[in-house]
Each structure stands twice: as structure tokens, then as C-alpha cells.
Ligand binder design. Structure first.
Ligand code: PMP
Length: 381
């Protein structure tokens, strides 16, 4: 009788083979070799938090990266600022507002939502009305709503939140580096992003920043945050943001993933933030014109609310969207995706982010879509 009841899997006795694909879905995007190689450096100590400030356009001292994906940063923001019984407001125009609401509910907050149809967004008057009605301690808004393809306007909302003594939390996972955002000028109190979209780094690290106002609320809370791992007191010390001379062990960070993240920020600095915003906008407009001239429709009607990083296309009438995405993967080696949450069945989503945002890639996707519409089954009804 063998002493081990579970034998080594055969697949681990073969080398790992990862195919090359064009990653044009809503994320992750392709990681250029320069950024992959940065992650192959030896595993050693710590990083400097100020590397994130440029991307966020903030002077906040409390700017760091959490060890985990975008969801980890979302929970970090919510778990640290909200206590059981607090009122929270989330803007729901896609899946991200729904998820933020669920996270706040899980820690016992009183959660209210304002809801816009998928593809829509909110006016400042609608937001103000809800702030005055619900008096939340935290208002969540997705800047880049990747499930619906909406780029939400931000101007004036931070000032409204200040007037109502509410913290303004913005999800910029799908927009940072691809669309203009000025954390301090726009009065954003907590801002987070992910590594695997415009930054083109591997998934698994998530930059986040907290304003002075946010820190005051967090550091004067009555109860400890529900998560030890995401407690900002600990994370601030881990990242050296708390001014203390020594760092106490909290958790073992994914050091090589931070190296890749650092390199991706170096790439962004080299191009310049404004140039990157402009490139994404130009490429998106070129893409949108190409789609419309093929007879396809954009899901977000208002031009200025179209997210330049993730485009939502109305699912072509008479086709099964799954057949289209599978055909494009099989025939063209390109990953695009269907909808998510409230947009399932309604859209196709194409992400062209960071190094993937180029006219040549637009031409490649347009060609693949044309081919798919020719070869996939179309019902007559
Ligand atoms: N927010 C938005 C807007 C996103 O697009 C995503 C990723 N699709 C997330 C949050 C969550 O990020 P992750 O998958 O890295 O946890």
C-alpha cells in the first residue's frame, strides 16, 4: 500500500505551457516583457509608497498598495472607513456599485443605493439629493464602470461630499492611466486601482490612497476594522506611512509582484500621464468609429461618458454572444468578453488598455469581429 493516498498529479510533471494570447477583454491585459522581467528579480524587502502618488495625482501621505487584487482594495477602503450601523451610499450603474453595497452590508452598515440603468450615470443633482436624504459616512462611485463601459464624470462630487460630511470613495480599477483623474483637485477621499489593466502588470497588487479626512475618520473609529489583514493601522506601518521608525511584521507582501508594479509605473512615468490619457482617448474614438461603420452600436449613448479603456458594444442582434467570443478566441487568438452582472447578454466588452491601446490592435479587433459576424450563426427572427 502506498504511504501517500494522493499521488503527484501528472500535469505537474510536464513543463508549464502558457499560450500567447491577445488579451483584449476587460482585464487582465497583456504584460510586456520589461514588466514581466522586473518580477523575476530576487525576493527582498520593501518599497517606497510615493511611487503611486503621480498616477493618482495626490499628495496624500497615506498612499500604498494592498497585497491582493482590486477587490482587496475595495474591501480595504470600506472595512476601514465604515463601522457597523453607519450609513453608506453606493451608486449602482453596473456591478461595482452592487458589490460595494454588499461589502458594506456584510459589516453591518445601513446601505442605500442610487440606481441608474446599465450604460447610464448620475447627475450631481441626483447625487446631492441622495446625500441629503441618507446622510452617509461614505459614498461609493466607480469612475470606470467596466461592466457597462461608463466613464463617470467626477467634477463637483467631492465638494458635495465634503458639504455633507461624507467620504468620497472612487473605484478607478478600470480607468487609472486611461482617463483623466485628479484625486486631490477632485476632492476624492479614497481612491484605489488594480495592477492588471492600464498598468499592464500581473494581477495581485492594488494601489490605494486615503485623504487626511479619510484618515481622521479611520483613526478615530470606535471599533477595530473587521479585517486584521486590511487594517490600515497595520498597512500604514508596513508601507512606512505612519512615521514610526520601525516596521513590525504584519504579512509577507508579494514582493516580486510589487517589482512588476513598480516597473509598470516607470513605464507610465516615461510616457507621461497626460499622454497616456490622450492615447487611450484617441484609440477609443478610432475604435468606436470603426464599430459604427460596421453597423455595430455602442452601448453607452453619450459620447463623453464612454470609457476609453473598456468599450461596450450592443450584442449584435440575432447572434449568440458566446459563439462570437469563442469564435474570436479560437480563430484569432483574441480574448474579448461578454457582459457582467446587469450587462450579461446585452453587450460584448473589448478592453484596450495600456500597451494594448493602439490603432493596430483596433484594426485587429475590428477584423476579428467582421469575420465572426460572417461566420457565426445568425437567426432569421
Ligand atoms: N472594479 C472595477 C471597475 C473592475 O473593473 C475590477 C476588475 N474587473 C475590479 C473592481 C475588481 O478587480 P479584481 O478583479 O482585480 O479584484
Amino acid at each position: 500500500m502506498p504511504s501517500l493516498s494522493v499521488l503527484p498529479p501528472k500535469c505537474l510533471q510536464k513543463p508549464l505551457l502558457v499560450p500567447h494570447r491577445h488579451m483584449f477583454g476587460p482585464g487582465p491585459s497583456n504584460v510586456p516583457s520589461r514588466i514581466l522581467e522586473a518580477g523575476a528579480n530576487p525576493v527582498i524587502g520593501h518599497m517606497h509608497p510615493e511611487i503611486f502618488e503621480y498616477m493618482f495625482q495626490t499628495q496624500n501621505n497615506m498612499t500604498l498598495a494592498v497585497s491582493g487584487t482590486g477587490h482587496t482594495a475595495m474591501e480595504c477602503a470600506i472595512f476601514n472607513t465604515v463601522e457597523s450601523g453607519d450609513s453608506v451610499l453606493t451608486a449602482v450603474n453596473g456591478i461595482w456599485g452592487e458589490r460595494a453595497a454588499e461589502m458594506a452590508e456584510r459589516i453591518g452598515a445601513r446601505v442605500n443605493t442610487i440606481v441608474a440603468p446599465p450604460g447610464g450615470f448620475f447627475t450631481n443633482a441626483e447625487i446631492e439629493q441622495a446625500l441629503s436624504k441618507y446622510r452617509p459616512v461614505l459614498f461609493f462611485l466607480a469612475h470606470g464602470e467596466s461592466s457597462t463601459g461608463v466613464l463617470h464624470p467626477l467634477d463637483g462630487i467631492g465638494q458635495l461630499c465634503q458639504r455633507y460630511n461624507c467620504l468620497f470613495l472612487v473605484d478607478a480599477v478600470a480607468s487609472i492611466g486611461g482617463a483623466p483623474l485628479h484625486m486631490d483637485q477632485q476632492g476624492i477621499d479614497i481612491l484605489y486601482t488594480g495592477s492588471q489593466k492600464v498598468l499592464n502588470a500581473p494581477p495581485g497588487t492594488a494601489p490605494i490612497s486615503f485623504s487626511e479626512r479619510a484618515c481622521q475618520k479611520i483613526f478615530s473609529r470606535k471599533s477595530k476594522p473587521v479585517s486584521f489583514f486590511l487594517d490600515l493601522n497595520w498597512l500604514a506601518n508596513y508601507w512606512g506611512c505612519d512615521g514610526k521608525p520601525s516596521r513590525v511584521y504584519h504579512h509577507t507582501g508579494p514582493v516580486t509582484a510589487f517589482f512588476s508594479l513598480r516597473e509598470s509605473l516607470a513605464v507610465l512615468v516615461e510616457e507621461g500621464l497626460e499622454n497616456s490619457w490622450e492615447r487611450h482617448q484617441k484609440v477609443a474614438e478610432y475604435f468606436h468609429t470603426g464599430l459604427e461603420s460596421m453597423g455595430l452600436k455602442l452601448f453607452v449613448k453619450e459620447k463623453k461618458a464612454r470609457l476609453p479603456t473598456v468599450t461596450t458594444i450592443v450584442a449584435p442582434h440575432g447572434y449568440d454572444w458566446k459563439e462570437i467570443t469563442s469564435y474570436i478566441m479560437k480563430t484569432h487568438n483574441i480574448e474579448i468578453s461578454g457582459g457582467l452582472g446587469p450587462s450579461v447578454g446585452l453587450v460584448l466588452r473589448v478592453g484596450l488598455m495600456g500597451c494594448n491601446s493602439s490603432k493596430a490592435n483596433v484594426d485587429m479587433v475590428l477584423g476579428a469581429l467582421k469575420d465572426a459576424l460572417k461566420h457565426c450563426h445568425k437567426s432569421k427572427v
